[in-house]
Ligand binder design. Sequence first.
Ligand code: FA5
Length: 341
Amino acid sequence: MELDEIKQAALKAINDAKNSDALTSVRNLFLSKKSEINQKMGELKNLAAEERKTFGQKINETRNAISKAFEEKLASINAQALDARLKNEKIDISLPANSYNKAGVNPLALVEEEITEIFLGMGYQVYEGSDVESDEYNFELMNIPKDHPAREMQDTFYLSDTMLLRTHTSPAQARAMKEARGGPVRIICPGKCYRRDNDDLTHSHQFMQIEGLLIDKGIHLGHLEKTLEAFVKKLFGEKREIRLRSSYFPFTEPSVEVDVSCDKCGGKGCPTCKGTGYIEILGAGVVNPRVLKLNGYDPKEYSGFAFGVGLERIAMLKYGIDDIRRFYQNDVRFLNEFKRR
Ligand code: FA5
């Protein structure tokens, strides 16, 4: 074969080789000592000097071209083999993920959202209070001085002589009044409260309230009654009625307890409402002029009403929950009963 033919044949054979064994055979055929090219080297000595040089060069070029093609093909076969091995030997080190159930929503959160929506609809703003409060805001500015008997009902967790965990959301009233600098206020403040109460079916050392405060000119008990009536009908349904009972809070005058007509008996009296036809849901009243003065208002110019709702009680009534402790036990079976609408 001529050198060109040898080159073409070798390149084709290299190209056709499917694996390294086939490629080695091709190499032996075209590049070994016994190969045709090598034999042609032997012919060199018979040639004249000038011819020997040209032919020798051509042999080298042919051999180099075949060697280069061989090396390239070998690299490509090796890369493919490595690729295949890596794929085969791949170890899956991941563990199957633990499946988990997404729990429902705590009914306290649902009730808080619902009540907040109702009051936002009536033009109230949400005021953020703080769980940690000072004695001054929790008690003094709410007209509960140091020796006041009301303090006994609201013993709490003290952080220092002057700082404590708030016993009610009412200190938000004083803070909102301070920020309003003697002007109108219309806020609600939802949040956690703490008291040194023994835990039982209806009491917990940590619980939630929503405070409400409206201050403006000419506000009286009638405004409070109609506001709370609208609130109760939106929350529990149009058929429910409210009843105001005279009560006492140091920060309101007059003060009332607000009851809602019993859902079970429609107001006739049953074991749920202890035969009274009504169930107590919140404390409220007209802001005590002393509180207005303590917080920078002129009671002759401004008046207002305030209320404080216990959220657990509302949620228990709304969803028929029998034990306040269920709100805080994080039992998914309980939480799964509640979903956002
Ligand atoms: C107050 O806390 C007043 N600050 C409410 C208020 C605000 C009255 C504004 C007038 C004007 P009282 O101590 O009654 O009031 O608590 C209000 C509600 O909080 C109770 O009706 C009850 O639902 C809830 N509550 C009180 N203590 C606990 C407790 N230990 N566990 C669960 N709920 C509680």
